[in-house]
Design a protein around this ligand. Structure first.
Ligand code: GRF
Length: 199
């Protein structure tokens, strides 16, 4: 009689997605139906973000936590988010077009469990206007990066990258449009890998 295979019980990680706008990466993370994570909460700092409706349509709890009433007290805003995340026992956080720079309070509190997708091949072009900067530099390729979030903007450990060629006549808009579906394929894969590695 052979031994029964030992089945490892893997619990799905509870993920939250933070957004500020359109939410196409949120949609991709929801649609990917990964075994490694489930999205249990979406938070937007912008109450008018179209992405909130994407969460609602998927039956995922969506919270608008507007940063504006907190004024210059960025940490107070983050404490409100942190309380919501902790109350839902969130394991991992994915930033997806979240347009607030996070303070050390939040970044340290979620260290190793907080990821972002950035539309460049980091360490090239941290910050904004990445498509234009790649074109101005005469680069032959462009891409996106999923990375851990650390205090320095767009500087954390790289979890995954995807590349594409830059073509003659490309504009920043054309690059952004061609890169987006590549982001949508990369992000769920990287979030799943992180979820699995943090068993
Ligand atoms: C994406 O290009 C992402 O790389 C960047 O912000 C954009 C968000 O788009 N961080 P969406 O809201 O996910 O559609």
């Amino acid at each position: 009689m052979g031994e029964k295979p030992v089945r490892r019980i893997m619990s799905r990680k509870r993920a939250a997605v933070l957004i500020s706008g359109r939410g196409s990466n949120l949609q991709a993370l929801l649609e990917a139906k990964q075994d490694a994570y489930e999205i249990v909460l979406v938070i937007s700092n912008n109450p008018d973000a179209p992405g909130l409706a994407i969460a609602g349509a998927a039956g995922v709890e969506a919270l608008a936590i507007d940063h504006k009433p907190f004024g210059k007290d960025r940490e107070a805003f983050e404490r409100a988010m942190d309380a919501a995340l902790s109350a839902r026992k969130v394991d991992l956080i994915a930033l997806a077009g979240f347009m607030r720079v996070l303070t050390p309070f939040f970044v340290r509190g979620w260290e190793g469990r907080l990821v972002n997708i950035h539309p460049s091949l980091l360490p090239k072009y941290p910050g904004t206007q990445t498509h234009q900067r790649a074109l101005e530099a005469g680069d032959s390729e462009h891409g996106c990066t999923v990375h851990l979030v650390v205090e320095e903007v767009d500087a954390g450990a790289i979890l995954g990258q995807a590349r594409m060629p830059i073509l003659p006549g490309d504009t920043p808009e054309a690059l952004a449009a061609r890169l987006l579906p590549i982001e949508h394929e990369l992000y769920p894969r990287c979030l799943a890998a992180l979820a699995q590695s943090s068993e």
